[in-house]
Design a binder for this molecule. Structure first.
Ligand code: NAI
Ligand code: MG
Length: 365
């Protein structure tokens, strides 16, 4: 039977860009004989409107069964005043938590035609292609004790950075596996100079390295890592880092490449019975209420997220590269959605116009 995909468009432009991804999925069925059993369901505000919860239990159960989940974006002004327990992002967090998606993959890839768009000089980013693997389920965002307490008549805010060696190890294996599929270079980032968890992090990553002798491993303090990402980003291939540092470093790396509308991501968990990892793919951007319903959303981040699914869930790396090459081609031809024009008054192509161009480039590939 065909591999299964659960599509959760969510809210705002999530729905608009996901409609474009479905056209790309249909193209693969019609032109490449690659088929998926696609089902679609609600998440976020859309699920709240129908069920009074941002993720229905049936949807959660379905997500656990399929080979991969593809999510658009959640949230929007209509839901800003909801109680925290039913906010749209809770749907997203529940998916990540119950699927135990511990390895967050954030590529920072600079398409040549957009090198001018980077926050950095063109020569520093042209051809840039790095992958940040961020530990996603532990660390200071989850560690106990936490809270705001009174001490000596003063409020004290407390969070705890806590990592077990098992948590560091499973993320490290995902990062080394990634390095093996790329240029066999891994840089691990922590602050072993001032943090106990950093010392353990460095130890465990070094131990796991013994199983991956072909990979060239280096260690870097995360603050230096931030500096190096901006000074000379092309020195890196795969970076492995914790939840907090990864949050910051991946946003920093993202801006090396240009628009939010271009950035895909993947979150992977443990292998399922069929050997595929539990997986959810989603663009980095949100639901963009400012442009919702206007045909202005750039669908590329979501289409690239589907390409990551082809590569990391379905062993179709060549087909993922086919999508990336088609996108490179349309960008080189000057096809631009508004976000890639840098001028609010210039319109460019619509959401579906961008997909038209990508499908035409796929046809020609
Ligand atoms: P956002 O990513 O939705 O938008 C930031 C800016 O980038 C806006 O000006 C938007 O128009 C633009 N933009 C984003 N994606 C674009 C695309 N594909 N094409 C063209 N332009 C694009 O972030 P914002 O405005 O902070 O949040 C809006 C809503 O989205 C909030 O409710 C927030 O909670 C939610 N959100 C959801 C996320 C998710 O579902 N993973 C992630 C971030 C925010
Ligand atoms: Mg962030």
């Amino acid at each position: 039977s065909n591999p299964s995909l659960l599509i959760l468009p969510g809210d705002g432009i999530g729905q608009e860009v996901m409609a474009e991804v479905r056209r790309v999925i249909d193209w693969f069925g019609a032109k490449r004989d690659i088929h998926f059993d696609v089902s679609e369901d609600l998440v976020g505000g859309a699920a709240y409107d129908k069920h009074g919860t941002p993720l229905h239990d049936d949807t959660m159960a379905k997500a656990q069964e399929v080979d991969a989940v593809l999510l658009g974006a959640v949230g929007g002004p209509a839901y800003d005043d909801l109680d925290f327990s039913v906010k749209p992002e809770r749907g997203l967090l529940r998916l990540r938590k119950e699927m135990d998606l511990f390895a967050n993959l954030r590529p920072a890839q600079c398409f040549d035609a957009l090198a001018d768009f980077s926050s950095l000089k063109k020569e520093l980013v042209a051809g840039l292609d790095i992958m940040i693997v961020r530990e996603l389920t532990s660390g200071v965002y989850f560690g106990e004790p936490r809270g705001i307490h009174m001490e000596d008549n003063m409020r004290v805010g407390i969070n705890t950075q806590r990592y077990t060696e098992a948590e560091i190890e499973r993320g490290a294996r995902a990062a080394f596996d990634m390095a093996m599929k790329r240029s066999k270079k891994l840089c691990s980032m922590e602050k072993a100079n001032v943090m106990e968890s950093g010392i353990l992090w460095r130890d465990v990553v070094t131990e796991v390295h013994a199983d991956y002798p072909e990979v060239e491993l280096s260690h870097m303090y995360a603050d230096n890592g931030a500096m190096q990402l901006v000074r000379a980003p092309k020195q890196f291939d795969v970076i492995y880092t914790d939840n907090l540092f990864g949050d910051i470093l991946s946003d920093c790396a993202a801006m090396l490449t240009g628009s939010l509308g271009m950035l895909p991501s993947a979150s992977l968990g443990a292998p399922m019975a069929n050997g595929r990892p539990k997986a959810m793919y989603e663009p980095v951007h949100g639901s963009a209420p400012d442009i919702t319903g206007q045909g202005k959303a750039n669908p590329i981040a979501c289409i690239l997220s589907f390409a990551m699914a082809l590569r990391y869930s379905f062993d179709q790396g060549d087909e993922a590269a086919r999508i990336e090459a088609a996108i490179e081609k349309v960008l080189a031809d000057g096809v631009r959605t508004g976000d890639l024009l840098g001028d609010e008054d210039t319109v460019g192509v619509s959401t579906s116009g961008m997909t038209d161009a990508i499908l035409a480039a796929l046809d020609a590939s």
